[in-house]
Design a protein around this ligand. Sequence first.
Ligand code: CMP
Length: 139
Amino acid sequence: AIQRTLSILKPDATRRNLTGKINAVIEGTGLKIVAQKRLQLTQAQAEAFYAVHKERPFFGELVSFMISGPVVVQVLEGEDAVQKNRDIMGATNPKDAAPHTVRAQFAESIEANSVHGSDSAENAVNEIKFFFAEIEINA
Ligand code: CMP
């Protein structure tokens, strides 16, 4: 089915000027970038976005990293968008990511792993709402 998913190009990607290269990988799969904006997250926003991880030992570092520079948040739309985006992102740890995935090609570490993508259609709806109004999403 046609789905939407939330994608984030993380601060390590904006810092190294990789947003165009990553967008080319995304668009190469046929997914369409139907909304996109560059933001500097506040600590409160990063904590709220990653609230599901707040008991994890890496939560503090994750939040600090996510506010260390601008991010690009985007909505991707297309057939099976959630899984398709996760396939091209590759495993969380770039050492485990399959060749040609975004993380294998570009990520610096398990934390500075260049991209985030929603892990289910249900989470995608909530993550998209966190950043975008419907009027900003245009296929
Ligand atoms: P993401 O898909 O954005 O979801 C949660 C993030 O936490 C994940 O990508 C990683 O960037 C980060 N993360 C997951 N595991 C670890 C870890 N063991 N150490 C540091 N960061 C982690």
